[in-house]
Design a protein around this ligand. Structure first.
Ligand code: 0X9
Ligand code: ZN
Ligand code: ZN
Length: 426
């Protein structure tokens, strides 16, 4: 074969497969677009979800009560169009070329890396985060304490930091980056750690010093490294399956609480919301569960950081017909967070409600397990910026504004918890 016909053949292979591997071994998403698909019936929803489950050409980005956000490869566009017509739903593009967003994120990272490694004008790698954490622990040896949740499937250490200024404080646990591609979560978690230790603001000092903070900036360490080195859009863990060539489990479906009930997770290893072969099949989730259950008497509040959608979600995830005993309090506390965010000049709004009520059925999630099985009465999933303009590839200029929103939101949330009597020592 001549070189030119080889290149033409190669181009066809690349086109047919959609995502191609770039020179640095990272998956490329040239001309992949993301669509908001509005559906009306549950039949339409299941049909569309089935349709995208097994496919390299389609990826589920996000879903709400009446919308699916789907990433489509350029090669599969006509198939997508005919499915849309067949299902009789409407679709609107909101990201034209995913690779363009990844490229500008890379550029921002490169630029920021030139003047020092760690910071909040770019997204940091796991190595950078851990190195920074070591510096923090060395600088504040009496206030901070390092802890280890355990080891990931690929053998990485899952680290956390406890910040405690005095004895007998109520405890707040923050889980972050359980989903690999949700980079804004670890950026926000590290910024909060820094604020708690360095801010001179009255509100922040009170918040920092009167509560014990347990913060795990990156829970899904293998997935996170994979998003930096191979596939920016990876969500799950990296443990291979015994029954499929598809890799990974949705760690936020893997906790042992109503596991796999009510279609709250998929049994298909290729799906983005695969619940795993059994509860706690993922070592990262087992490690997290072990840590939380042995410290549950010290944890008054648990927050799980996610993106995107600008939502506060509380239990339950397995039913929308029944509500948890303190649902009214949970709504009042969520409202305090949303109101505080709205009081900032950015104009960001948060909605709130129960997971199953506002979003969709999701079983085996961190907050439901903490609430149902560990008695943590205040537990929320917080879905950070944005609502889809950039989705997971939120430009780094958003990091500090998003983190400021989280800070005032959490301060208001904790205040409300105090008022309602949830911060008593257990
Ligand atoms: O589906 C999820 O795991 C979360 N959304 S995300 O887009 N970040 O993947 C929401 C989970 C909320 N549901 C429950 N906590 N049950
Ligand atoms: Zn059940
Ligand atoms: Zn998530």
């Amino acid at each position: 074969m001549s070189l030119i016909s080889f290149l033409i053949a190669l181009a066809f292979v690349v086109l047919a497969q959609g995502a191609s591997v770039g020179q640095d071994e990272r998956l490329r998403y040239d001309n992949y677009s993301v669509y908001k698909v509005k559906f009306e019936t549950q039949e339409q929803r299941s049909f569309l979800k089935k349709f995208v489950e097994d496919r390299d050409n389609f990826r589920l980005w996000q879903e709400t009560k009446d919308e699916l956000h789907l990433m489509i490869s350029p090669g599969a566009f006509s198939e997508f169009e005919s499915q849309i017509q067949k299902t009789n739903v409407s679709a609107k593009v909101f990201i034209g070329n995913v690779q363009e967003l990844i490229d500008s994120e890379d550029e921002a990272n490169l630029k920021a890396s030139r003047d020092g490694s760690f910071g909040w004008t770019k997204y940091n790698s796991l190595a950078e985060i851990y190195e920074w954490l070591d510096g923090i622990l060395a600088t504040y040896p009496t206030i901070t304490e390092s802890f280890v949740l355990g080891q990931s499937y690929e053998g990485r250490t899952i680290r956390g930091i406890k910040i405690s200024y005095k004895a007998n404080n109520p405890g707040v646990f923050i889980e972050s980056n359980i989903h690999a591609r949700e980079w804004i979560t670890s950026a926000t978690a590290t910024w909060l750690i820094n604020e708690f230790l360095t801010s001179t603001d009255e509100l922040v000092r009170n918040l920092a010093e009167n509560h014990d903070w347990y913060i795990v900036p990156v829970l899904n360490v293998d997935g996170f490294v994979y998003t930096h080195e191979k596939d920016r859009m990876w969500r799950k863990t990296r443990q291979p399956s015994d029954i499929s060539t598809c890799v990974g489990v949705d760690p936020n479906r893997n906790y042992d609480s109503h596991w796999m009930e009510s279609n709250g997770a998929s049994s298909n290893p290729c799906a983005e919301d695969y619940g795993g072969p059994n509860p706690f099949s993922e070592p990262e989730i087992q490690a997290m569960a072990d840590y939380v259950s042995s410290n549950k008497d010290k944890i008054n509040v648990l927050l799980a950081f996610h993106s995107y959608s600008q939502l506060l979600l509380s239990p339950y995830g397995h039913t929308d017909e029944e509500f948890p005993p303190n649902f009214d309090d949970l709504m009042e506390v969520a409202k305090a967070y949303a109101d505080a965010v709205e009081s900032l000049p950015y104009g960001t709004t948060y909605r709130y409600g129960s997971s199953a009520g506002v979003l969709y059925f999701a079983t085996g999630a961190t907050i439901d397990w903490a609430y149902n099985e560990q008695g943590v009465e205040i537990s929320y999933t917080i879905e950070f910026r944005d609502t889809g303009r950039y989705g997971f590839i939120l430009p780094p200029v958003h990091i500090i504004p998003n983190a400021e929103e989280a800070l005032v939101g959490i301060a208001a949330l904790i205040d409300k918890c105090q008022e309602l009597g949830y911060l008593e020592l257990k």
